[in-house]
Design a protein around this ligand. Structure first.
Ligand code: SF4
Ligand code: SF4
Length: 371
C-alpha cells in the first residue's frame, strides 16, 4: 500500500490527528522530533510560497501533548538572509510554544560518509545526530529548476551552501533522490492549503486548494502530490529517477480530488543551464578567492522591485509601501533602496500598491495572480 492520505483542511489539529491515526504514526514520549517546514523565503503561506505557520503550530502542540520534544529547523535560500524568519513570524511562534529553533545556515555541521556517488562525504547539520524522527512539512508548488517542489526537494534546506551547490553541479534530480536516501524522513505532511504554480518556488501564481497530503514514504507522497496537481509525475526529473530505482510503490494509485485543476509547469531548460553555469563559476571562484558569489548573482539578475515614480501618483501622500516594507527599504525622500531590499525581496510593496507603481525587473518576475 502506498498509504498516502489526502485530507480536506478543516482544523489543523484535527487534521494532524486524523493523519497520525490513519497512517499509524506514533510518537514516543521523550523523543526529539525535528520539524522541517519550507520557510526559505519571506512570503507568507497565503502566497503559496511557504508552509502555513498554523499547521506547524498544530504539529508542535500535538508532539508536545505526546510528551515529545519538537524542534523546528530551517535554512533560508542563499539569496535571502535570516531576517526571513522574523518577517514570517517564526520568532513569535517559537516564543509562543517555547521550543528550540535552529537556523540551519548558522548551525554546526558534521561530515558523514555515504555510499552515494554524489555525496561520498556529506556535510550535515549537527541536529540530525540528536533527533529521533523527522517530520517533513513542505509546501506544494512548482519550481523553475526541478519542475515541482514538495517533500523530496524540501530536504535541500537542511544543507549548507557547498552541498547545495554540489547538487546543482551533479544534477538536481539525481541529487534530490540521493539526499532523501541519506536522510530518511518519518512522516511527510504536505501543505496544499494554497499552492503556487507557474514561476514557483518564489514568485508564481497562487491557487487556493485547502488540502493536506500525508504519508510515511516521501517518494510515494511526492508522486501522489504531482498527480494531485494533474501533473504527470514522470515529467518530473527526480520522480522519474525514483520510479526507475523502484522507490515508488508499485501499487501507487492516482487519487486526485482536483480533476479541474490546471497547473502550469515552468519551462526549466534555460534556468537549469543558467543556474548550472552560475554554480560552476561560483565553485571555481571559491577555489581561487575563497569567496562565494551566489547571492550576488541572485541580487543582480533575480527578481528586483523598482519604484516607478511616474505611476506613483500618491507618493508621498500614500504610505502603503513605506509602512509595509519590513526592512524600511522605501523612503519618501529616496524611493526604493534596493541595497536594503536585496536579501529580502518579499514583494509586499508590489502586492500592496494600489497604482501598480512597483514594477518588477529581472528573471523570475511574479505572475499575474500574485499581487
Ligand atoms: S522594498 Fe518591497 S520587496 Fe523589498 S523588502 Fe521592502 S517591501 Fe519587500
Ligand atoms: S504604495 Fe504605490 S502609490 Fe503608494 S507610495 Fe508606494 S508606490 Fe506610491
Amino acid at each position: 500500500m502506498s498509504g498516502v492520505k489526502i485530507v480536506k483542511i478543516k482544523d489543523y489539529k484535527e487534521n494532524v490527528r486524523e493523519i497520525f491515526s490513519a497512517l499509524n504514526f506514533k510518537i514516543v514520549s521523550g523523543e526529539k522530533i525535528l520539524i522541517k517546514p519550507n520557510l526559505v523565503l519571506p512570503r507568507e503561506a497565503a502566497t503559496g510560497a511557504t508552509t502555513d505557520l498554523d499547521l506547524i503550530s498544530a504539529l508542535i502542540e500535538i508532539i508536545k501533548e505526546n510528551k515529545a520534544i519538537p524542534i523546528l529547523a530551517e535554512g533560508v535560500g542563499y539569496e535571502f538572509d535570516s531576517r526571513v524568519f522574523s518577517i514570517l513570524g517564526i520568532d513569535k511562534l517559537v516564543r509562543k510554544h517555547d521550543i528550540q529553533f535552529i537556523d540551519l545556515r548558522r548551525s554546526k555541521t558534521f561530515f558523514k560518509k555515504t555510499p552515494s556517488p554524489i555525496f561520498k562525504k556529506i556535510e550535515l547539520p549537527e541536529i540530525l545526530k540528536e533527533v529521533h524522527k523527522i517530520i517533513n512539512v513542505p509546501k506544494l508548488k512548482t519550481h523553475m529548476l526541478t519542475g515541482f517542489s514538495c517533500g523530496l526537494k524540501n530536504l535541500i534546506g537542511l544543507l549548507p551552501l557547498k552541498e547545495r551547490r554540489k547538487m546543482h553541479l551533479f544534477g538536481l534530480a539525481r541529487s534530490i533522490v540521493e539526499l532523501n536516501l541519506i536522510i530518511p524522513t518519518h512522516l511527510t505532511i504536505v501543505d496544499a492549503s494554497v499552492i503556487m504554480h507557474g514561476k514557483g518556488p518564489a514568485f508564481g501564481d497562487r491557487i487556493k486548494l485547502g488540502y493536506l497530503l500525508a504519508g510515511l514514504n516521501v517518494f510515494a507522497v511526492d508522486f501522489s502530490a504531482a498527480q494531485f496537481l494533474n501533473i504527470n509525475p514522470l515529467e518530473i526529473g527526480h520522480l522519474k529517477i525514483a520510479k526507475k530505482r523502484g522507490l515508488i510503490p508499485e501499487d501507487q494509485k492516482r487519487q486526485t480530488k482536483t480533476e479541474d485543476l490546471s497547473v502550469v509547469l515552468p519551462k526549466n531548460r534555460f534556468y537549469n543551464l543558467l543556474y548550472w553555469l552560475v554554480y560552476f563559476f561560483d565553485y571555481l571562484q571559491e577555489k581561487i578567492t575563497k569567496k562565494t558569489s551566489i547571492a550576488w548573482w541572485h541580487r543582480r539578475f533575480g527578481m528586483r522591485p523598482k519604484l516607478d515614480i511616474k505611476k506613483c501618483h500618491s507618493f508621498p501622500a500614500c504610505r502603503d509601501c513605506l509602512d509595509i516594507c519590513p526592512v524600511g527599504a522605501i523612503k519618501k525622500e529616496t524611493g526604493l533602496d534596493f541595497k536594503k531590499c536585496a536579501y529580502i525581496r518579499c514583494l509586499k510593496c508590489f502586492e500592496v500598491c494600489p497604482y501598480e507603481a512597483i514594477i518588477i525587473k529581472g528573471i523570475s518576475r511574479p505572475g499575474q495572480n500574485n499581487g
